[in-house]
Write a protein that binds this ligand. Structure first.
Ligand code: COA
Length: 160
């Protein structure tokens, strides 16, 4: 039986920390769908199309990964895709409480769906999309934290 997993998030933008999690997930599961949340309550820095495009280009080296977007409840989307697993990355203990609560809530709503946690590489434990955006917003740059395509997009967005 093939197991399909969903790796959901805002990915605004995707970072090397996310890519690390996606690469590891792709070694475990037959198919991984990186799914960008369409959040009507939150204005993102990048549009959903831009986020998907950056994710697609950054993950094109992994054959069993697809990129998609979704809105509404995550578990409805997971069921619609006929996936059995939700992937989440853990960077630090501070992520744990939020992730634990979300996993339990999703289990309550959909007991057949499993949440699978993958621990980040320590070198990305401090990385977040908002900190990356802020650095570029204030004229800084960072190497090795985002893929080249994202680096260029951030420079274009904030520094031109
Ligand atoms: N490497 C780098 N950064 C990481 C990371 C990693 N491995 N894992 C998480 N992050 C960062 C993200 O960059 C983001 O940073 P930011 O807040 O500074 O922008 C932050 O951690 C949040 O991560 P993200 O994975 O985008 O989570 P989220 O909280 O925005 O979204 C969903 C989580 C999409 C799974 C959740 O909101 C959801 O399921 N929504 C749908 C509605 C629903 O079903 N709700 C009920 C849930 S119980």
């Amino acid at each position: 039986m093939k197991i399909k997993a969903i790796y959901p998030g805002s990915f605004d933008p995707i970072t090397n920390g996310h890519i690390y999690i996606a690469e590891r997930a792709a070694k475990i599961f037959d198919e991984v769908i990186v799914s960008v949340l369409i959040n009507e309550r939150k204005n993102g820095a990048f549009t959903i199309e831009e986020r998907c495009e950056m994710a697609r280009k950054s993950l094109s080296h992994i054959k069993n990964i697809k990129v998609d977007s979704f809105n509404g409840l995550l578990i409805d989307y997971v069921r619609q895709k006929k996936a059995g697993v939700i992937i989440r990355g853990l960077r630090a203990m501070s992520d744990f409480e939020y992730e634990f609560q979300m996993a339990l809530m999703n289990r309550q709503l959909a007991p057949e769906i499993e949440t699978f946690f993958i621990v980040t590489d320590p070198k990305y434990s401090y990385v977040s999309s908002s900190s990356v955006r802020e650095i570029f917003h204030f004229g800084g740059t960072v190497n090795g934290i985002v893929p080249d395509i994202v680096f260029e997009k951030l420079k274009e967005r904030y520094q031109n």
